[in-house]
Design a protein around this ligand. Structure first.
Ligand code: NAD
Ligand code: MG
Length: 409
């Protein structure tokens, strides 16, 4: 195969969990893919290791204080190195046929948008950017003629069975949820849960932020909002079903009574490979699904009394305007607060609710508006968090705070 036949790909957030699964697929298929650019938050050693293995033309690290370490580790390699948020956007702007958007949180908004604006095919894992700026993002995708391929396992599942040409025949979609590590816990039990317990997800091995979101079920709420944008559906047509085995990744219900679902072993390499090979399919090393071994699949309705975050996200979607961005920014701060030991587990949703109740911003009209709003709400949420900590509303006594929360790996 000629060099020019290889698909060129870039990974935004290469040092994370989704980044790692993407790298796995690239390394298993060196003849099919050439790497244009890689980015990381602050883990220079991991980014250097990946760069030496994948040989991108350009590599960017978001944290400028890590530039020296990265530059030194890549000296003599011929790989161009840069640092800072603008460098991450430059990585997204470099020509590549396919871009994996796998930065966590609203930090991924501008880099993802940069790739969208040059009309790239963007594999979207970074759900927070659709939650905060869904309308604007979808408009930009259409204007640039970009292609957005959902990577989130539920959305990827729906994408696989959603008959675009027959959307009139679709009644609703159903997102499955594992229920997270505290699926059967009471609210009192949940109140005492530590960060280490919250990130120990029973089915998926993921970054810290999304693991906590799964434990509160805010993740499913963010996914309802994500689905509303990706599939142009109103909130009442997006159901959630708790399915602890995480085998049925989501379903589409048609008006004739047919329900189509996508199933598979819970392994993000399957949805990532679908996006990577789209519109074809490619071989992966994912463990084949053996339903006779699994034998039983169970389903139940979500309990929004124990998982209020899901209801808050639905409320934000129904309210529209700035509310989804408010929900997302408050949640990012609350999760950071929890992971650093400054907020109890059940206080995450409480903080988000407080911030939503107090906020009354107008709908953002541009990306700059979203970024400004995000900063403003983060500030408001951080102030509330600090007040809680000093007024005795501090978290239960746990010494297992882990330093993985505050963003950049
Ligand atoms: P992660 O924490 O493992 O990785 C996040 C990546 O973003 C890292 O490369 C990190 O260095 C980078 N990053 C963090 N802060 C940054 C900043 N300020 N600027 C630039 N880069 C920064 O997270 P993950 O689990 O890989 O998740 C990534 C995204 O994919 C999230 O939006 C998550 O919700 C979504 N997602 C993840 C999974 C999963 O299985 N892990 C599944 C579905 C969706
Ligand atoms: Mg998901």
């Amino acid at each position: 195969m000629q060099e020019s036949d290889r698909k060129t790909v870039s990974i935004l957030g290469a040092t994370g969990s989704i980044g790692g699964s993407t790298v796995d697929l690239l390394q298993a298929n060196p003849e099919r893919f050439a790497v244009a650019a890689l980015t990381g938050g602050r883990n220079a050693a991991r980014l250097a290791e990946l760069s030496l293995a994948l040989r991108p033309d350009f590599v960017a690290i978001a944290d400028p204080s890590r530039y020296g370490a990265l530059k030194e580790a890549l000296s003599g390699s011929g790989i161009e190195v840069a640092a800072g948020d603008e460098a991450v956007c430059e990585a997204a702007a470099r020509p590549a046929d396919w871009v994996m958007a796998a930065i966590v949180g609203c930090a991924g908004l501008l880099p993802t948008l940069t790739a969208v604006r040059r009309g790239a095919t963007v594999a979207l894992a970074n759900k927070e950017c659709l939650v905060s700026a869904g309308d604007i993002m979808m408009r930009e995708v259409a204007a640039a003629g970009a292609t957005l391929l959902p990577v989130d396992s539920e959305h990827n599942a729906i994408f696989q069975v959603f008959e675009q040409r027959r959307r009139d025949a679709i009644e609703k979609i159903v997102l499955t949820a594992s229920g997270g590590p505290f699926r059967d816990a009471s609210l009192t039990e949940m109140a005492g849960k530590s960060p280490a317990e919250a990130v120990a997800h029973p089915r998926w091995d993921m970054g810290a932020k999304i693991s906590v979101d799964s434990a509160t079920m805010m993740n499913k709420g963010l996914e309802v909002i994500e689905a509303a944008h990706l599939f142009a559906l109103t909130e009442d047509r997006i159901d959630v079903l708790v399915h602890p085995e995480s085998i049925v990744h989501s379903l589409v219900a048609y008006r004739d009574g047919s329900v189509l679902a996508q199933l598979g072993t819970p392994d993000m390499r399957t949805p990532i490979s679908y996006a990577l090979a789209w519109p074809e399919r490619m071989q992966t090393n994912v463990r084949p699904l053996d339903l006779s071994e699994i034998a039983t699949l169970t389903f139940s309705a979500p309990d929004t009394a124990r998982f209020p975050a899901l209801a808050l996200a639905r409320e934000a979607l129904r309210s529209g305007g700035a509310m989804p961005a408010v929900l997302n920014a408050a949640n990012e701060i609350a999760v950071e607060g929890f992971l650093s030991g400054n907020l109890g587990f059940t206080q995450i949703a409480e903080l988000v609710e407080d911030v939503m109740e107090a906020a009354d911003p107008s709908a953002p009209g541009s990306i700059d508006d979203v970024i400004e709003l995000d900063l403003e709400i983060r500030g408001a949420a951080a102030r509330r968090l600090a007040r809680r900590a000093t007024s005795g509303g501090s978290p239960p006594d746990t010494d297992s705070a882990i330093e993985i929360g505050a963003g950049r790996l």
